[in-house]
Each structure stands twice: as C-alpha cells, then as structure tokens.
Design a protein around this ligand. Structure first.
Ligand SMILES: [Fe+2]
Ligand SMILES: [Fe+2]
Length: 290
C-alpha cells in the first residue's frame, strides 16, 4: 500500500479502493430500514439485531451510559430497545456500528483512535444541542451525519497514509486550508471521500450531502442539515474535542449562525450545554478501550 509513486495517489485510486472497504454491518442497515417504518415494533427490531453479538453488546454498553439517561442497569436487548425512544434507538445503532470504523489512529493528522472517536461522538452529542436550539425536527439524522462526518479521514489514512504528511506540510507552508491542501495533493478531500463511503453504505442522500459539504462554506450554507452539521463540527473543534493537526485550518462562512437563526447568546448556550453533555458521555468514549 505504501509503494506508490506520487502520481499514483489520486482520488480515483482511493475511490477504486473503496470496494475493498468492509461493509457497514448489514444487521444495522436492516434495522435502520425497519425504523423508517412507523409500524415496526421493538420486538421486530430485536429479532434482527440479536444475532449480532458485537452490536448487541455495544448497544447495551451505550444504553447504560449516562448519555442515554436510563435510570436502571439494562442487561437484555429487548428491554434496552423498549426503554429507549425511536430516536435514541437509531442513535445507539449507528454509534455501535460505527465504533470499529472510527476508533482508528490516524498518524498523518496526528489523531489517536481515541481522538477520532471523541471528535465523532462529541460532534454527535453537540449536534443534539444545536438541533434543539434550531428546533430541527430530525435530530437523529443530524446525529448520524455528525457521527460519521470525518470517516473519510480513516480511509485516507488506510489508502494514502504517506501522502497525509505532504498535505500537512503544504497546508502549513502555503497557508492554505486543509481542504485546499487535500485537493492539491489528492484531487479531493476527506469530506468527498467520506460522502462516497456513506453512499456505498446506503445512508440517506441528505446525510451523504451534509458530509460532502461539511468543509465547503459555499455549499454547507445551502441546506439545513449541512448547515447544522458544519456548525456542530465548528463548535466541537472550538471546544478542542478530538482535534487533529487540521483543527482550525478551515474557512468558516460568517453567515452560518444567522442562516441557522442562532445569535451569540444561543451559540454560547450550545457551547456550554454541549460541553456538559460531552462530559456526561465519558463512559461512551471509554467503550473503544473495552
Ligand atoms: Fe472534517
Ligand atoms: Fe470534524
């Protein structure tokens, strides 16, 4: 994987390699489709999930974390699903299935497995607060986009690891944004690559688009989900949660807060509440070490 000359490292090469990526767990895909049908019962859902032991174990760990706020320890999948609401079931499903993909060291970006998982989970948790202040009606969809928004970084690390240092050097020496450096070196950035993975994994088109747009200030302003995701990511970085070497090196559209109807006071509340919720979720972050 490391033997390619610079000219062979192109976006096409990465896209060709995506076929070799592990599939998103089929059990979770099926469960998500079931959740789209309002007539689905939690028993039907448990019937699909229970044969996957790793997912079931993760769901139980997540369900018992403070973040999901159940008052008693739950040891069976049926009970867990029954006690969580529809939106929270969707969240624990995506989070439990994403964990193995997100908990990876990414040397080029100077991120440990813990950093990437913390950034993903932190952004997802903060997105719930942002959704609340913006009265966004589909917080679980935003949660999914937030959790997976930087998944392109793990793929870039897998397939073009050695070129990541070149991107960092270029961004620093030429004082350009990280996205620009990624485009210069690879012909695309982690947002484009991430959105392609999510398309392959059959995530909804609005999630794919929001992930595609998350560092593009002209694009993320154009639809609610993209704008909400960009704002959640910016606040997560400002709070220093799982920030890599690329941290603050992105352009921000100054119209983003007003696009979302957020004034300074509301943003301040999002930051305070978001950080508190993130602190409450430390047991979720610890899951990757289990
Ligand atoms: Fe990103
Ligand atoms: Fe991010």
């Amino acid at each position: 994987m490391n033997d390619f000359s610079p000219t062979e490292f192109t976006l096409d090469y990465i896209f060709d390699s995506l076929g070799a990526l592990p599939a998103f767990p089929e059990v979770v895909q099926k469960a998500m489709k079931l959740l789209d049908d309002p007539n689905t019962t939690m028993e039907q859902l448990a019937e699909v999930i229970k044969y996957d032991q790793a997912i079931t174990a993760n769901i139980l760990h997540l369900t018992n974390s403070a973040h999901f706020g159940l008052s008693r320890q739950v040891t069976s999948l049926d009970t867990a699903l029954a006690l969580l609401g529809q939106q929270q079931v969707r969240q624990v499903l995506v989070a439990s299935a994403s964990m193995p993909f997100l908990a990876k060291d990414i040397e080029g970006y100077n991120m440990t497995a813990h950093d990437l998982w913390a950034h993903a989970m932190g952004c997802a948790i903060i997105s719930e607060i942002v959704a609340k202040y913006c009265e966004y009606p589909e917080p679980a969809v935003l949660f999914t986009a937030a959790l997976l928004h930087d998944i392109g970084k793990t793929v870039m690390h897998l397939y073009v690891g050695p070129r990541l240092k070149e991107i960092v050097t270029k961004a620093n020496s030429q004082e350009i944004t990280f996205s620009e450096a990624e485009w210069d070196v690879l012909g695309g950035d982690h947002a484009v690559i991430g959105s392609d993975i999510l398309r392959k994994w059959e995530f909804p088109p609005d999630v794919v688009r929001a992930v595609r747009n998350h560092h593009d200030p002209d694009l993320y302003i154009q639809d609610d989900l993209s704008a909400l995701l960009a704002m959640s990511d910016i606040l997560t970085v400002q709070l220093g949660i799982g920030v890599g070497v690329d941290g603050f090196r992105y352009r921000i559209n100054p119209e983003l807060p007003s696009r979302l109807g957020l004034d300074q006071a509301a943003i301040h509340k999002c930051v305070i509440e978001g950080y508190r919720e993130y602190q409450n979720a430390q047991d979720i972050l610890g899951l990757i070490n289990k």
